[in-house]
Design a protein around this ligand. Structure first.
Ligand SMILES: Cc1cc2nc3c(=O)[nH]c(=O)nc-3n(C[C@H](O)[C@H](O)[C@H](O)COP(=O)(O)O)c2cc1C
Length: 454
């Protein structure tokens, strides 16, 4: 496969994103024995002959760059516009994705913009990756980079022949009907989805939320201290059925003011009894929707953001959202989910998740004595640590000083990233898979997690 990276970092050789790309290039050529991986400096925002040539020859385009002020860097923004307006024929059949490094502050917005650009121009969009600069050096950071790369390559190959992928290991998919009333279009879409996943080798289960007896959360807060809801209804059973042993969840529903409607919200509110910011399982999720008569196009963009917020509550990898309609697009998304499953794709920890986490940490701190489990959980994550002032900080007063400072900061990245060892070991995902999610949450809140596994 021929890969072309358009590097839009304004720092050129002093760019951290570039170091990440160099690392990928080394893996690709030395460990995976693949042939072509061009890195093209594309900082200026215009399409040079070199860029044109590289794109023409490539099977996959990776746009790389940093997040500046919650958005892609301006030169990358310009390049995206020039590419879609003046070079559309050149890019229209090329799988395209985006890799960024940042402080993970507003990265979701930049990635959403890239996705919107790719989708509104009907391009072959591949889910992008956002890496925290400090994390690239860590084993987790490198593992995340590798899994994403594996996924990206697999999707680029999939776009060549569009063959339905098969699950590489045993997997379970839940199809969740969130509609208040039965809807024939949704019922028939779910039937097709079930067939597609079963043909790919998954065990598939359908859950219809409206058939469950689930009471509204009254906000009594009893569960804050004892982790047990006052209602004894179908919530626990439904929750376990949805999450226990599950690898992927496909949501179906009617878009109602940019959300999935009240039936799903009622179910979601009861998650409060699990405490913290939700559950810690990694699940691949996609959302399929129809528009109600009041919806418009803006609702769809807002819905994407809402889904990411739900995913902030449940630590998950969001595959995508898709309007019910073109069966080709829907099948493509089911296939992309299967490829994500085969690639051990890692969940993304973007700005929204961290934002939500901070909010929950504040609540836990304020009711510290009533829910000590949550308090110690957030403390363990470092939510209440104060950053000590570094004695080495010095004032930079000219551009030369600043350049030296950037060079110095790059030394550990250069050393680590250029000395390639083996491909990263992929940690066992969801090792607690078959243990009740509810029991695990309750035990963890009381600090019994280790005891549960011993
Ligand atoms: C002017 C400026 C603005 C930035 N804005 C953001 C931001 O909004 N969110 C964020 O997470 N990081 C932000 N960053 C941090 C960079 O995204 C981060 O350091 C990145 O790894 C730099 O990549 P590069 O070395 O390839 O340019 C900003 C950096 C600069 C210099």
């Amino acid at each position: 496969m021929k890969i072309c990276v358009l590097n839009c970092s304004p720092k050129n050789n002093l760019s951290l994103t570039l170091q990440t790309i160099l690392y990928l290039q080394k893996w690709y050529q030395e460990k995976l024995n693949e042939d072509k991986f061009d890195i093209i400096p594309a900082f200026s925002g215009s399409v040079t002959e070199k860029i044109e040539e590289a794109i023409k020859k490539s099977d996959l385009i990776i746009m790389s760059g940093a997040i500046f002020h919650f958005d892609v860097h301006s030169s990358m923004g310009e390049l995206l516009d020039v590419l879609s307006e003046n070079y559309y024929d050149l890019i229209k059949d090329k799988p395209i994705t985006f890799l960024s490094t940042s402080g993970m502050l507003g990265d979701t917005m930049a990635h959403n913009k890239f996705e919107m650009w790719a989708k509104r121009n009907d391009l072959r969009y591949i889910n992008s990756l956002s890496l925290e600069s400090a994390e690239i050096l860590s084993p987790t950071g490198r593992e995340e980079l590798f899994c994403w790369f594996k996924y990206t390559k697999a999707i680029a190959e999939y776009y060549r022949d569009k063959n339905m992928p098969r699950a590489k290991k045993q997997g379970r998919v839940v199809l969740l009907d969130t509609c208040e009333k039965e809807n024939t279009r949704i019922r028939s879409a779910m039937k097709d989805a079930k067939q597609r996943f079963e043909d790919s080798g998954f065990e598939t289960e359908v859950i219809t939320l409206r058939e469950k007896n689930i009471s509204h959360c009254t906000g009594c807060q009893c569960c804050f201290s004892n982790r047990t809801c006052i209602f004894k209804d179908d919530w626990e059973k439904t929750f376990e059925k949805l999450y226990l042993n599950t690898d992927m969840i496909v949501y179906f529903g009617e878009l109602h003011y940019a959300t999935l409607g009240n039936c799903y919200k009622t179910f979601l509110e009861r998650h409060a009894c699990l405490g913290r910011s939700g559950i810690e399982d990694e699940v691949i999720k996609s959302y399929f929707f129809i528009l109600d008569e009041k919806s418009d196009r803006e609702d769809i963009s807002a819905f994407k953001f809402n889904c990411e917020t739900f995913d902030g509550l449940n630590c998950s990898y969001l595959s995508d959202i898709c309007e019910l309609g073109s069966s080709e697009k829907m099948e493509e998304l089911y296939d992309k989910m299967t490829i994500a499953f085969n690639s051990d794709i890692m969940p993304q920890n973007g700005f929204l998740k961290n934002g939500i986490r901070t909010g929950f940490a504040k609540v836990a701190a304020s009711v510290k004595n009533r829910c000590p489990g949550d308090y110690s959980y957030f403390k363990k994550l470092g939510c209440y640590d104060t950053i000590p002032v570094s004695p080495y900080i010095q004032w930079l007063d000219n551009a030369e000083d600043a350049k030296k400072d950037r060079e110095a900061r790059l030394i550990p990245y250069r050393m680590t990233l250029m000395h390639l060892e083996e491909l990263p070991a992929i940690t066992e995902r969801r090792k607690n898979k078959s243990i009740s999610v509810i029991k695990r949450q309750k035990a963890a809140a009381r600090g019994f997690e280790d005891a549960l596994h011993s």
